[in-house]
Write a new protein. Structure first.
Length: 67
């Protein structure tokens, strides 16, 4: 397989059977990918609690103490 088929890959490292085992990418691209993954996690967490009633600080602390 060629790296040009993968948008961020600068180099593909394969095993003896030609299976891709490692991908070399630019560090800036790596950081952007991490940010995208973190953003997706945040969005999923926000969707999970979107219908919950917000708590004030004291209510939240009391809730934590009950756990």
């Amino acid at each position: 397989m060629k790296a040009d088929k993968y948008p961020f890959a600068q180099e593909l490292i394969t095993d003896t059977e030609g299976n891709i085992r490692k991908v070399v990418i630019d560090f800036d691209d790596y950081q952007r990918l991490l940010e995208a993954i973190e953003d997706e996690g945040l969005i999923l967490a926000m969707k999970e609690v979107q219908h919950e009633t917000p708590l004030n600080r004291d209510e939240a602390l009391a809730e934590l103490e009950n756990e």
